[in-house]
Design a protein around this ligand. Structure first.
Ligand SMILES: [Zn+2]
Length: 238
């Protein structure tokens, strides 16, 4: 929170610094628009909410696997499995996994925790060349924080039809009205990231059935599609 509290000067928006070369609305979807330049153009997926058309780069896969490892740490604590890593110049500078229940903190999403760690490591809230890997599409809070952090690029795994704020419901990160935009890649290891969530909720439902045997016909007990579990999966969605 203190990091975010330090951000209002950011909102004051330095006229020149606010815009990145990749900041044109349409350019966010263009493979040529990578400000970090470290990433392969092939891995940029237009924000259509679908899986990548082109295969992701080896680097994207590597770091998404790190984000998945973070998600598993959340799962091991009984938290909804969402994980995030933040990468600068090929090195991880921030990690986070959802800790909402453990912390009883509505802001303890993977991206927020990773942003705080990365900013502490750099000694700066400006994460201008950073690439963020997160297993689930960021929610409005996290997408907003990523804008405030000035990250260069966001790579996510599974879409979140209920709370997704970079592609699905909103386009925070490519909205020209905001003073910063980031390049977006969707669907990297998306099936694996989504399966983590659907498996988690399947186990939760199974435990509920054991606690409340039979007679449950409520809608929350129906077997759900992966999309439905994603809907229910996000820390914000409950
Ligand atoms: Zn979030």
């Amino acid at each position: 929170m203190s990091v975010n509290d330090a951000e209002p000067p950011d909102g004051a928006a330095l006229p020149g610094a606010a815009e990145s070369p990749a900041a044109l609305p349409g350019a966010a979807e263009s493979p040529a628009a990578l400000p970090g330049a470290a990433e392969s153009p092939a891995d940029v997926t237009p924000g259509a909410g679908s899986a990548s058309v082109a295969p992701p780069s080896a680097e994207d896969v590597e770091f998404m696997r790190e984000a998945i490892a973070e998600a598993r740490r959340a799962e091991a604590r009984g938290e909804v499995p969402v994980g995030c890593v933040i990468v600068l110049d090929g090195a991880i500078i921030g990690r986070g996994h959802n800790l909402r229940e453990t912390s009883q903190d509505p802001t303890a999403h993977a991206e927020i925790l990773a942003l705080r760690e990365a900013a502490a490591v750099l000694g700066s809230w400006r994460l201008e060349r950073a690439v963020v890997y997160v297993t689930l599409e960021p929610c409005p809070m996290c997408a907003g924080a990523l804008v405030h952090g000035r990250v260069a690029r966001v790579v996510y795994g599974a879409d979140d039809p209920k709370a997704g704020a970079t592609t699905t419901l909103y386009a925070i990160g490519s909205d020209p009205r905001l003073n910063h935009r980031f390049v977006l890649s969707a669907g990297v290891l998306g099936a694996e990231c989504g399966a983590l969530l659907s498996d988690f909720f399947r186990a939760v439902r199974a435990r509920r059935r054991q606690v409340r045997p039979s007679s449950i016909q409520g809608t929350d007990e129906r077997p759900t599609s992966i999309e439905q579990t994603r809907v229910g999966s996000h820390p914000d969605s409950e």
